[in-house]
Write a protein that binds this ligand. Structure first.
Ligand code: S3P
Length: 448
């Protein structure tokens, strides 16, 4: 069994480096695709070899949970894992509580699997995950016949009585959430008949892509103003197929923004996933005047991939439309750092979903900037950042609230601050980007 993060607090001080950032690097595998590859391979019949798996805490929790459900999962080498699945419907009841750590994706997707198998299970998580809403998955999943007992507000720990013969669901998502869409589709795998999920706007489609890869019939059709609909034919013969996981664009984001802000920098990241439903940050940075070049665009393992070079230069303010939020939902904290350094007043619209991430990321991002002397406001669900047009004041201590992306965003802010930026705890970075601080040091960042 892999070890999980110790609760030891790891503070950090971030200051401007002596020179520019430079180098050619790779970032760890995509978190969304890594979770899905372990889950779907565990549900498929046969041996799947995964290359480039993210070995972050969140994904290790998914590996442990799938093992508890009967899949054989082995780590063969760095990022190379083998999963032997028993086939759909053949999972066994877990003997103990499933602890999903900090990971909302692991918990919500797994709920779809557990609800659609005739077994009783209990799922919990760390203090951050235990605060996050689960009703968004238990409400739709109840219609397949499963029953759930949760704490007040639908919070974890959650007890699930799954059903061996689930009814196929027909559900319109009230919010654009790939996690909820995926939970419904995963429940549909073991249901006979067609499962339908409507989404108000397109969210990351890794579940749809990977299910097709394993042999399921999945269709996506536009619904005009109403978004789009995904249909899945139930009880497919899921057959093991190898998977190549691209570099995570959401992790690349921190390195890219750092390279854009630190004067004179130029950094290339090879093999970054460029699924168009994930690249809203790159569009927003380009709208700000960023010099981002993509080379060697190719398809690897069914996902678009490319090498990205970010070169430092002056950035100006941006108005990010709400419609772009699903394609960059995890990137707002680091975009806010870029906007703080840019000239002019930026506005990010429609950020209600940020309130229910690993932390309330809307208020936490506001606090991150304010404590470092950047003027920022919230109007309804919009965030407004007053750019300083150069180095930000800094000098504050950022509370990261068990949220990896806040810790990394704060570390980037310090690279362009006049006074040191202190980060109360960087331990949670390991959930999604193990090795982040040493990779940044390798390209020239200096942290104390
Ligand atoms: C994810 C979907 C997003 C994202 C999360 C990963 C996924 O969450 O924030 O980091 O892998 O499906 P929502 O579906 O809640 O928007």
């Amino acid at each position: 069994m892999e070890k999980h993060a110790s609760p030891t607090v790891r503070p950090l001080v971030s200051t401007p480096p002596a020179g520019p950032l430079s180098g050619v690097i790779r970032v760890p595998g995509d978190k969304s695709i890594s979770h899905r590859s372990l889950m779907f391979a565990g549900l498929a019949r046969g041996r799947t070899e995964i290359t480039g798996l993210l070995e972050g805490e969140d994904v290790l929790r998914t590996a442990d949970a799938m093992r508890a459900l009967g899949a054989t999962i082995t780590r063969e080498a760095d990022g190379r894992w083998v999963v032997e699945g028993q086939g759909l419907g053949a999972l066994r009841e877990p003997e103990d509580v499933l602890d999903m750590g900090n990971s909302g994706t692991a918990a919500r997707l797994l709920a779809g699997i557990l609800a659609s198998h005739g077994m009783v299970s209990v799922m919990t998580g760390d203090a951050s995950l235990r605060r996050r809403p689960m009703k968004r998955v238990t409400d739709p999943l109840s219609a397949c016949g499963a029953t759930f007992v949760a704490r007040e507000g639908g919070r974890l720990p959650l007890c699930i009585q799954g059903v061996a013969d689930p009814k196929p669901l027909d559900y319109r998502l009230p919010v654009a959430s790939a996690q909820v869409k995926s939970a419904v589709l995963l429940a549909g795998l073991n249901a006979s008949g067609t499962t339908r999920v409507e989404e108000p706007s397109a969210t990351r489609d890794h579940t749809e892509n990977m299910l097709r890869h394993f042999g399921a019939t999945v269709h996506v059709a536009p619904l005009g103003e109403r978004g789009r609909v995904v249909t899945l034919e139930g009880r497919p013969d899921l057959v093991a197929r190898d998977i190549l996981v691209p570099g995570d664009p959401s992790s690349a984001a921190f390195v890219i923004v750092a390279a854009l802000l630190v004067p004179g920098s130029s950094v290339t990241i090879n093999g970054v996933g460029l699924n168009p439903l994930r690249t809203g940050l790159f569009d927003s940075l380009r709208d700000m005047g960023a010099d981002l070049v993509i080379e060697n665009a190719r398809v690897e393992g069914g996902e678009p991939v490319g090498d990205i070079t970010a070169t430092a230069g002056a950035l100006h303010a941006v108005d990010v439309p709400a419609a772009r939020a699903p394609s960059m939902i995890d990137e707002y904290p680091v975009l806010a750092v870029a906007a703080a350094h840019a000239s002019g007043v930026s506005r990010f619209r429609g950020l209600e979903e940020l309130r229910v991430k690993e932390s309330d990321r809307l208020s936490a991002t506001v606090a991150l900037l304010r404590v470092n002397g950047v003027e920022v406001e919230v109007e309804g669900d919009d965030m407004i950042v007053h750019g300083t047009g150069g180095a930000v004041p800094g000098g504050g201590t950022v509370e990261t609230r068990m949220d990896h992306r806040l810790a990394m965003s704060a570390s980037v802010l310090g690279l362009v601050a006049r006074a040191p930026v202190r980060v109360d705890d960087t331990a949670f970075i390991d959930t999604s980007f193990p090795g982040y601080l040493s990779l940044m040091t390798e390209i020239g960042a200096e942290f104390g």
